[in-house]
Ligand binder design. Structure first.
Ligand code: ZN
Ligand code: ZN
Length: 234
C-alpha cells in the first residue's frame, strides 16, 4: 500500500499529463504530441478570396505587395485557432519540440495543395543561417521542401544559402526585416535554378526573405518562381 501523500502526488502527475499543452484544457478523445484535437483543428486555411500572389485579402486588382514571384500561397493561417496554433507550434519546434515537428510534417504530407504546385520543375527552400541550423540539428523549411518534393515527384535542390552576415531575422523589428540586404541570400556555388522553381519556407511574414530568395533564383536563371509556405502571418 502506497502512502496517501504519494498517491495524491501520482494522481496530480497523471492529471497534468492529461492536460493539453496548447489550450491547457482536459484532453478528451486523445491527443497528438500533447495537443488536443481541438487545438490541432487550428490549422486553418487562409480566406478563399485571397490574392494569388501575396496570399492576403486586398481590394486592389493588382497586388500592392512586393512580390517578384508568379504565384504565392500558404497552407495555414499562422494566427488560426485558439490559441493561435502556428504561433504556438513554430517557436516550440525551433526550441526542439520534435513531436510537434513530426506531427506538423505529417499534416503537410496530407494537406491539400494548390494545383500550381504540381507542375514545377524543382523544389528549393529559403535558407536558414548555418550556425542556427547546426545548433538545432534541423531546418524546418528544408524539411517541408523535402516532403513537398516527395509528394509531387520533383527533386529537392538546396539552391540557396544565407550569407554569414545576414543575422537573425526573428529578432529584428519589422522595418529592419524589410531592409534585409539583397546580398543576404545568394545562390549556392554551382546551383543551376532552371525552369519553374517552387520556393518553400516555414512561415511567411513580411515576405522580404522570400523576395531576396526569388531575386537570387531569377538572377541565377530560374524561368519562374512560385512560393509556398506552411504558414502565412499578418
Ligand atoms: Zn488543446
Ligand atoms: Zn496581393
Amino acid at each position: 500500500m502506497l502512502p496517501a501523500s504519494l498517491l495524491s502526488r501520482l494522481a496530480a502527475v497523471r492529471g497534468s499529463l492529461l492536460l493539453c499543452r496548447g489550450c491547457l484544457g482536459p484532453v478528451a478523445g486523445g491527443s497528438e504530441a500533447g495537443l488536443c484535437a481541438r487545438c490541432w483543428a487550428g490549422l486553418l486555411p487562409l480566406p478563399p478570396d485571397r490574392c494569388p500572389r501575396c496570399a492576403l485579402v486586398h481590394a486592389e486588382a493588382a497586388c500592392p505587395e512586393a512580390t517578384d514571384w508568379a504565384l504565392g500561397d500558404a497552407l495555414w493561417d499562422y494566427h488560426g485557432g485558439r490559441p493561435p496554433l502556428g504561433a504556438l507550434l513554430l517557436p516550440g519546434i525551433k526550441q526542439g519540440e520534435a513531436g510537434w515537428r513530426r506531427a506538423l510534417l505529417d499534416r503537410l504530407a496530407r494537406a491539400p495543395l494548390p494545383d500550381w504546385v504540381l507542375d514545377v520543375d524543382r523544389v528549393a527552400a529559403a535558407p536558414s543561417a548555418l550556425p542556427r541550423r547546426l545548433l538545432r540539428g534541423f531546418d524546418l523549411g528544408a524539411e517541408a521542401a523535402r516532403v513537398l518534393a516527395g509528394r509531387i515527384g520533383r527533386p529537392f535542390e538546396p539552391l540557396l544559402a544565407k550569407t554569414w552576415f545576414s543575422g537573425r531575422q526573428a529578432s529584428r523589428t519589422e522595418s529592419e526585416r524589410r531592409r534585409l540586404p539583397r546580398k543576404a541570400i545568394a545562390l549556392r556555388r554551382g546551383a543551376r535554378p532552371q525552369g519553374v522553381v517552387l520556393l518553400v519556407d516555414d512561415v511567411w511574414t513580411t515576405g522580404t526573405t522570400l523576395l531576396r530568395c526569388t531575386q537570387a533564383l531569377r538572377e541565377g536563371g530560374a524561368g519562374e518562381v512560385r512560393v509556398l509556405t506552411l504558414f502565412r502571418a499578418l
